[in-house]
Design a protein around this ligand. Structure first.
Ligand code: SF4
Ligand code: SF4
Length: 310
């Protein structure tokens, strides 16, 4: 027992040393409670064209399906709340996409944490995940005691708000487990629901992706439906509105990860440059950025659809 505690503490200390803002540990067992919610959400078609959400349902809810003999899910958070930046354009990009692709940054740190456990504590087997495999990340973060799911469906934390990336290590080592977060600190607040410009938060914690600007400008491969014309508030990649208005984000402190700092070339893009972006510009500017996700055609569609030019 003492050994488990000491190992868990050493892992958490190393996670903080690597720049993660918090780390919690959950027992690797099936997420029985979350399964019905996920099924209901899929049943209603709220996942829009993200057909991959329908696949690997067992893997999504059972860590044993991802790592044989899984014992622990180590969940790490990484702050990405930026310093105030004055962009030259009225077009808006979600904060998580200001810098280098977070998948790469987090994966590197997660591998370092994995290697630390493997070499400094005891040999382990396992896998690292960050938004890259069928893992219910927010549910694991709650189970690991790191926060609760807000009415905007984001993970909310008391210290770092919701501008945090989530990563996981699923490993075959028994550790000391944190208590799940039982309390919902949203209370009677409904600001995010009221402020969502497209009515995408259809009930607390439930997002209809078909109405969400974040989905419409990133995963969506089709034309943005006319009913949202003039409602995307100049967001051309993602949308931060339901996080920006959240009282829990008022005291967010800027991150200190240089890789998440926006490049001068992104900050300096004017409306005119966005509107005349060539495929070549797109590749040069965004090959290392999450902004590459919708592809050149998708990004240009978003710029054209944006309300500032209507
Ligand atoms: S990301 Fe934007 S569109 Fe989507 S739910 Fe939040 S406020 Fe609404
Ligand atoms: S805005 Fe209010 S209801 Fe929405 S997530 Fe934040 S605290 Fe919860």
């Amino acid at each position: 027992m003492v050994e488990r505690k000491a190992r868990s503490e050493a892992i958490k200390a190393e996670a903080l040393r690597l720049g993660f803002s918090n780390c919690g540990i959950a027992r690797a067992e099936p997420l029985f409670q979350e399964t019905p919610h996920l099924l209901q959400w899929l049943d209603k078609g709220f996942h829009a064209d993200m057909k991959y959400m329908e696949r690997n349902l067992e893997k999504r809810t059972d860590p044993q399906q991802l790592v044989e003999n899984a014992k622990s899910v180590i969940v790490v958070l990484h702050n990405y709340f930026p310093e105030k930046v004055k962009f030259n354009s009225s077009y808006k990009v979600a904060k998580y996409a200001y810098g280098k692709d977070y998948h790469q940054v987090l994966k590197e740190k997660l591998f370092t944490l994995f290697n630390f456990i493997h070499s400094e504590i005891t040999p382990i087997t396992g896998r690292c995940f960050t938004d890259s495999a069928p893992v219910l990340e927010r549910a694991w973060a709650v189970k690991a005691g790191l926060g609760w799911i807000g009415k905007n469906s984001n993970l909310l934390t008391r210290n770092d708000g919701s501008f945090v990336f989530i990563g996981e290590l699923i490993i075959d080592l028994e550790l000391e487990y944190d208590r799940p977060t039982m309390h919902d600190y949203c209370g009677s607040c409904t600001i995010c629901i009221e402020q969502c410009p497209t009515g995408a938060i259809v009930s607390p914690k439930v997002i209809d992706s078909r109405r969400c600007i974040s989905y419409l400008t990133i995963e969506n491969k089709e034309v943005i439906p006319e009913e949202f014309t003039g409602k995307t508030n100049n967001w051309i990649f993602g949308c931060d509105i339901c996080q920006d208005v959240c009282p829990w984000n008022r005291k967010c402190q800027p991150h200190s990860e240089s890789q998440f700092t926006p490049s001068d070339s992104l900050v300096e893009l004017t409306d005119e440059r966005w509107e005349n972006l060539t495929e070549n510009d797109f590749t040069t500017l965004f090959s290392q950025s999450p902004i590459s996700r919708p592809g050149y055609e998708g990004l240009i569609r978003n710029v054209r659809n944006s309300s500032s030019r209507e």
